[in-house]
Design a protein around this ligand. Structure first.
Ligand code: ATR
Length: 277
């Protein structure tokens, strides 16, 4: 791969038009004065392997991977980082100079950095964390929380067996709570995370009873459209520290941009505005 080529990166999904990553990376390219491009690409699963093998030949340094290709991309990669193996999905691919495709997952990093930046007093090791949902996003969040030394994760999901599967994977620091009792786990939790798609534009709201939220708890919602969800509005009223989900999207992009373009970008108010444009 020649180094004097225009550096390219992009996001592959299907559909991909809703992705905010192009605005975000393009903002960083411009503000850092890098003459590269970041391109959204709608690719079918049948074409994924051929596309991934072709992109490096055109000057691509790597791509983000979004729904529905995160698991398939992990399978197709030549090497996989430990954190992507744990999550079982890739959100970032790096096309290495030796021709190998490396799969990574920066979602857990994005989750942690978002809370570190926006809830400065957050002490995750000081008490249990309540996690709502047991999909791919929950897996990244649980791995990140365990890395931070959270003593116990109270995990609740509509489909209990999916929560139990995560408990089997992550071990005894994860306790499964019935979905109908999810409200009860909030009382002792110093961290509360919604990883379900409830509350997202076009989906029903999260209806879990929220009167148990603890004053001072750090509450975050991975949903960022809208930015203010019922969970965050109620948490604010209860005296919690609230952090919206947009920051996770911004922070998960930082290590990818750095690997592809060689400069570490900042996440600031300008970055948020660019992603919302
Ligand atoms: P992601 O990768 O974003 O986590 P996912 O794997 O499809 O996406 O997971 C979506 C999560 O939202 C799951 O926890 C799902 O619950 P189920 O495992 O029971 O499907 C949750 N979810 C979606 N719609 C829901 C609804 N109407 N009520 C409760 N939970 C819902």
């Amino acid at each position: 791969m020649s180094q004097d080529r225009i550096p390219l990166a992009g996001v592959i999904g299907s559909p991909v038009a809703h992705s905010r990553s192009p605005q975000l990376h393009t903002h960083w390219l411009k503000t850092l004065g890098i003459s590269g491009y970041y391109i959204p690409m709608d690719v079918s699963e049948a074409d994924l392997e051929t596309v991934l093998r072709s992109l490096p030949k055109m000057g691509f340094r790597g791509v983000n991977i979004t729904v529905p290709h995160k698991e398939k991309a992990l399978e197709l990669a030549d090497t996989v980082t430990d954190r992507a193996t744990i999550i079982g999905a890739a959100n970032t691919l790096v096309f290495r100079h030796d021709g190998q495709i490396q799969a990574d997952n920066t979602d857990g990093y994005g989750f942690t950095e978002n809370l570190r930046q926006n809830a400065p007093g957050w002490a995750p090791e000081s008490g249990p964390a309540a996690v709502l949902g047991a999909g791919g996003a929950a897996r990244a969040v649980i791995a990140a929380l365990l890395d931070l030394g959270v003593p116990e994760i109270l995990l609740s999901n509509r489909t209990r067996v999916r929560a139990e599967a995560l408990q089997s994977q992550f071990g005894r620091r994860v306790t499964v709570i019935d979905w109908v009792q999810a409200g009860n786990m909030l009382e002792e939790s110093v961290t509360v995370v919604n990883t379900t798609s409830l509350g997202m534009v076009g989906n029903p709201p999260l209806r879990v009873p929220l009167d148990g939220l603890r004053k001072g708890a750090v509450v975050t919602d991975l949903v960022y459209a809208p930015l203010q969800t019922r969970l965050l509005i109620e948490a604010e009223k209860a005296g919690c520290v609230t952090v919206d989900g947009l920051g996770m999207l911004l922070h998960q992009a930082v290590p990818a941009f750095e690997r592809w373009f060689g400069t570490r970008p900042e996440v600031d108010a300008g970055t948020r505005a660019a992603a919302l444009r």
